[in-house]
Design a protein around this ligand. Structure first.
Ligand SMILES: Cc1cc2nc3c(=O)[nH]c(=O)nc-3n(C[C@H](O)[C@H](O)[C@H](O)COP(=O)(O)OP(=O)(O)OC[C@H]3O[C@@H](n4cnc5c(N)ncnc54)[C@H](O)[C@@H]3O)c2cc1C
Length: 383
């Protein structure tokens, strides 16, 4: 019998392996990863400075320990470059392997905007431990950081950096921070809190050019205004990694399309995590990975289980003004009515349907204390 092969050693790959081992101690599982297989918590990358953690202390276990603990064979620094589903084989840059069932846990890649200017090539994106190691090395001798993208990850890094003594500018076309995720009042509450700490905002602003003189970077905005910083961080978003799946003729849309059994359009090939799309949803967060890993582990172990999601609030790690967001499912988009209760303590925004049933919420500041009571009232995200 050929092994189950999992591609990727992020949270999705390792959580699936762990859940599978709870159900099946014997079946061979090989995990292939393009990186060194270190297990770490990716969400901690954007608040590691204030938690006095560096890349080394964020590492929870190396590949050898993970292989022993979960009884896996792990091939590190190995990229899967081709899949032949007709004969159940994959080609890696280290050789070929056969699989019984194959799982994509290949994550998402940072979107790279092709800025003009000789400094554009030095822009950093932080999406794994190696990126973080480089980021910390660069931070050692500098003061001023520009963050492109006022979304969740950009704002978390802004809070972490400003709280650690750096000068921070945040730039983006959005009207207010976390515009994709929060109502305006909540985004503005965060903006005000970070402004008080010294964050310099350039919202509704497009960057035209990033030039370097060898030590500093000048960002020139549409309209001519410019700022000069020592490091440019990009947090403009992530895109599911679908290249290999698409080359295998697996259906991809925004992510690798799977059904509720996490099965792709090709037999014996599954996907979960940031690379995946289920029922038109791409959910690049930890909680969906946990539910998918449990369902898929059971299916791979022989008992088919469909994934379902409860309401899954997302905690935004901005201690200067904490936020918890649980937006309604997009299928309710035409029907929701938003009520906002905002005061000095924070913002409570609730989305209701026409029958006054709660569909989602955003809480900020002191109002996050209502998280549990509101979450209990929410419908499942995916039944
Ligand atoms: C800075 C930051 C903060 C975050 N904070 C939060 C938070 O607070 N809460 C929350 O819920 N979510 C948060 N997230 C999102 C969450 O961390 C991700 O949803 C999750 O870690 C994704 O895990 P993954 O395993 O799907 O992908 P990844 O961790 O990206 O893993 C992908 C793996 O696939 C491997 N790979 C890819 N292609 C190949 C190939 N061809 N061959 C071999 N291996 C391959 C890679 O080497 C890697 O091991 C955050 C994300 C970031 C970047």
């Amino acid at each position: 019998m050929h092994p189950i092969i999992i591609i990727g050693s992020g949270l999705a790959g390792y959580t699936l392996a762990r859940e599978f081992r709870k159900l099946d101690k014997e079946t061979a599982v090989t995990l292939i990863t393009a990186d060194d297989g270190t297990s770490y918590s990716k969400p901690m990358l954007s608040n590691a400075l204030s938690n006095q953690k560096n890349a080394a202390s964020l590492a929870m276990a190396n590949a050898e320990k993970m292989a022993n603990d979960l009884r896996l064979k792990i091939l590190t620094n190995t990229s899967v470059i081709k899949i032949n589903p007709e004969i159940n084989t994959i080609k890696t840059d280290q050789g070929n392997l056969e699989y019984s069932q194959l799982v994509f846990a290949t994550g998402a890649r940072p979107i790279k905007i092709p800025f003009a200017g000789n400094g554009a090539r030095d822009i950093l994106s932080i999406n794994n431990l190696d990126d973080y190691r480089i980021f910390r090395e660069k931070l050692a001798n500098i003061k001023r950081v520009a963050i492109l993208g006022p979304g969740l990850i950009g704002c978390e890094f802004a809070n972490d950096l400003i709280g650690s003594g750096y000068e921070v500018s945040v730039i983006g076309p959005d009207k207010f921070p976390l515009q994709q995720m929060l109502p305006m009042e909540a985004g503005r509450a965060l903006q005000n809190a970070l402004t008080k700490l010294g964050v310099d905002w350039h919202l509704e602003t497009l960057t035209n050019d990033i030039s370097s003189d060898g030590s500093a970077y000048t960002l020139t905005f549409e309209g001519g205004k410019s700022i000069t910083v020592d490091l440019v961080l990009s947090a403009v978003g992530l895109k599911p990694d679908t290249k290999l799946a698409a080359a295998t003729d697996i259906t991809v849309n925004r992510g690798i399309v799977v059904n509720r059994y996490l099965q792709t359009s090709v037999q014996n090939i599954f996907a979960l995590g940031d690379c995946m799309e289920v029922e038109e949803l791409v959910l690049p967060f930890v909680m969906p990975i946990m539910f998918c890993a449990r369902a898929l582990a059971s299916t791979l172990a022989g008992t088919q289980v469909q994934v379902s999601f409860p309401a899954m609030p997302v905690v935004v790690k901005t201690p200067s003004h904490p936020i918890i967001s649980c937006p309604p499912h997009p299928r309710h988009e035409d029907q929701w009515q938003l009520t906002i209760d905002a005061d000095k303590k924070g913002v409570k925004a609730c989305y209701y349907d026409k029958q006054k049933l709660l569909l989602g919420f955003t809480l900020t500041g002191d109002k996050i204390s209502e998280k549990q009571s509101l979450t209990k009232l929410l419908p499942s995200y995916l039944d």
